[in-house]
Design a binder for this molecule. Structure first.
Ligand code: HEM
Length: 399
């Protein structure tokens, strides 16, 4: 990717972008992290050693079905780590389910309230923007496509959505919430994938890394969702207090910790997060065959739901969020009439919703139906929690 493309993309996404001379050297300082210091090692070479070793042994010893049945009824934060796990896994989870010392419950409660107040925008940003952006992050697209879940994107989308849903739940981190359990299950799945994908001839043929889902990859995904959401809310002038913004970041900080990202890489402020995103997200975006296939499935799934709008409108809303460069990569057909409606109507819709103007724009009900239907579509897929439990895979996508 050349410098011009990085700058155009960065501008379109509002994320900025830098190309380090001579390649993608890691220069983000651990002084900007939640713990204010660290080794400074490039997170591209950092995985999650303890759980990776444990899950590799679970898979190699044929214990995946037993582990899945043990964790099946483990849902709420108040529940102890379930019985029947291999002792090493049990010992790991005893520690990894504890809140980090720097977590602040009052900020997390505010974050939950913020998530509820802004949920319509967040569904749209995470679901359409972040979801489609993940298909132009080559390492993510290739891992998702060639892992077991890639063969059933509907199910996978529902499970991934349950992560976001649990994170934004009002009780997420409380004893009655589910997020600490969901995040730990996800961490186990990622560890299993790190052991499985390197055995897939298909993945190996296209991958540019030997082990997937490094700490850096997880941070990239955070920037394509959380950091991207923060940037879009600012760009769309959605009112947020400084305390709201800080709380929203905090819920992501704790989530990243639970996903096994080392504290020294977790940005302490939004400024630090945006700087990290410019370094590791924007320059990585690119078209891949796997990403194209995933984007088609994802947009097809969304289009199945009656959103009260056409597929052309959906395409243009993706372009509105991600820019034309990404839209063109994915071959999203143009619909200039919808584009005009979105460009003129969306900012006014937000203003009216936020009580900043007294009169509803003519297109208000169309936008309102669209965002509500989109939210409901995601909720129906994801909120059930128990119908699509997260399970540990023991195979790759066959072909
Ligand atoms: C599985 C969330 C980062 C690749 C999952 C699952 C969740 C999740 C909830 C379980 C759903 C399922 O079982 O299908 C997240 C979050 C991330 C993140 C919140 C970061 C903020 C990544 C990254 C990659 C990745 C960076 C790859 C580069 C995968 C794969 C699976 C998975 C391959 C397994 C799918 C299967 O079952 O075969 N992730 N993930 N994830 N994730 Fe992630």
């Amino acid at each position: 990717m050349n410098r011009r493309t990085v700058l155009t993309l960065g501008a379109a996404l509002g994320l900025g972008g830098v190309l380090a001379p001579g390649g993608a050297a890691w220069s983000w300082s651990p002084a900007r992290s939640v713990v204010g210091g660290g080794s400074g090692v490039d997170p591209q070479w950092v995985w999650d050693d303890d759980i990776d070793r444990i899950m590799a042994s679970v898979i190699d010893n044929g214990q995946v079905p037993a582990v899945n049945s043990a964790i099946g009824s483990w849902v709420n934060n108040w529940q102890p780590v379930p019985q029947g796990l291999p002792p090493e896994l049990d010992a790991f989870l005893q520690e990894s389910t504890k809140m980090p010392a720097w977590a602040d419950m009052s900020k997390l409660r505010r974050a939950a309230d913020f998530n509820r107040r802004k949920d319509t925008y967040l569904f749209l940003i995470y679901g359409l923007g972040g979801g489609i952006m993940s298909t132009v992050i080559p390492r993510e697209a290739k891992s998702v496509y060639w892992s077991k879940g890639g063969a059933d994107m509907q199910d996978r989308a529902a499970k991934t959505f349950s992560f976001g849903y649990d994170l934004s739940d009002i009780n997420a981190f409380e004893q009655t919430g589910e997020f600490r359990v969901t995040a730990n299950k996800t961490r186990m799945v990622h560890a299993a994938v790190r052991h499985l994908l390197p055995q897939s001839p298909h993945w190996k043929a296209v991958a540019d890394e030997t082990i997937p889902i490094s700490n850096q990859d997880i941070l990239v995904t955070f920037h394509s969702t959380g950091t991207f959401a923060h940037r879009k809310l600012k760009e769309w002038k959605v009112p947020m207090s400084a305390a709201d913004e800080d709380a929203f970041l905090h819920s992501w900080q704790v989530a990243l910790h639970f996903l096994g990202v080392r504290d020294e890489y977790i940005p302490a402020t939004w400024d630090a997060a945006h700087a990290q995103a410019a370094e590791i997200l924007t320059p990585k975006l690119a078209w891949t065959e796997e990403g194209q296939a995933l984007a088609e499935v994802l947009l097809g799934l969304t289009a199945q739901v009656d959103l009260g709008v056409t597929r052309g409108f959906l395409n243009e809303f993706v372009r509105y969020q991600l820019g034309d460069e990404v839209g063109d990569w994915l071959g999203l057909k143009r619909d200039y009439a919808s584009k005009a409606v979105i460009t003129a109507g969306w900012p006014t819709y937000i203003k009216f919703r936020e009580g900043l103007i007294p009169f509803a724009p003519l297109t208000f009900y169309m936008f309102d139906q669209f965002v509500r239907a989109l939210a409901m579509a995601f909720l129906n897929q994801g909120s059930s929690g128990t119908t699509t439990p997260i399970t540990i895979p023991d195979i790759n996508r066959p072909g």
